[in-house]
Design a protein around this ligand. Sequence first.
Ligand code: GDP
Ligand code: MN
Length: 388
Amino acid sequence: MDIHEYQAKELLSKFGVPIPRGGLAYSPEQATYRASELGGAVVVKAQIHSGARGKAGGVKLCRNEREIEEAAEFMLGRKLVTHQTGPAGKLVSRLYIEEATNIDREIYLGFVMDRASERIVVVASAAGGMDIEEISASQPDTIIRVTVDPAVGMQQFQARELAFGLGVDPDIVNKIVPAIMGCYRAFRDLDAMMVEINPLVITKEKQVVALDAKMSFDENALFRRPHIAELRDKSQEDPRETYASDRGLSYVGLDGDIGCIVNGAGLAMATLDMIKLAGGEPANFLDIGGGASPERVTKSFKAVLRDKNVRAIMVNVFAGINRCDWVAKGVVDAIKELNITMPVVVRLAGTNVEEGRKIIEQSGLTLISADTLAEAAKKAVSAAKQAA
Ligand code: GDP
Ligand code: MN
């Protein structure tokens, strides 16, 4: 789960990470009021779940009231398109008004969960301000990495090693180390998956501040972090994914026109591959889980149908823990209840497959049956093409 910059900054500052003073605004009028509280030049920052806002006009340095109003008028209510949001963009409904900082140096600082080493890895680069992808392509030799041993946690000397690796002055090292350690403690204590400070800034006044902050959290741990769960902003999410996740379905929205209802993450991935191989484009990844009940199957159909690009649906179930007759009943119930008229391809295999097929055949519905995954994919692709 992602959160906004101002929320991440508020959390990080509680762990001793220095941040500029700032306040939230929902209107141009509030924006100028916040700026008057801060005094002097301010930066108006669009709060959306995306980086690269600067290049898209979502970060603006303002010197007077008129500039602040103009920036706020431009950003609020706009769908800001950055190279991370996709063409649909993300709606700006909050602004963060922050005191302007005199930048001397911009540093990249990131914390990620590295699956290969099963450890938190800290990444830093003297080429801050750019995306990490950009840095690793154009200036890979500036990237420094430190791996944290979970038995002892991050050590001061590791943070110092990073600071010296960045080539900062000795008096700045003592200011950067607490910022790095603070980010690490926030990452660990709040069940984060990612903390990114880009840029971490050394100011002309020789201070260290986190000028930007991005945090994302492990959704499986949100049950024990209610104050983090509360920071969720559904308006920033893909509405298809919000609908599914609110109903306990594991769904990822894609761009194609074949809706997929599958049990098991591995089989769901294989289904996407088979659709692609057959020349089609899947509309989603959806894992309905092990013992999916007929009600859960109906919910899955509802989730898939919220995507208006879907032209055909492919149900692919291999019943191990599950039972094909149960799933078949769910499919038939869903199609009747939801009045589904688009083509539905059903491939069932495993426990009680005969009973399952019988339910499908005797339903009186014009479902398209398939015995193998390859056959199901082919039929779904040609059904979607016909519907188009
Ligand atoms: P992002 O584009 O979404 O990553 O937003 P950032 O918060 O990182 O801002 C983008 C860039 O704007 C930064 O890398 C800075 O170069 C610049 N910027 C942001 N805040 C300030 C500020 O207070 N003063 C100055 N001079 N530049 C700023
Ligand atoms: Mn940034």
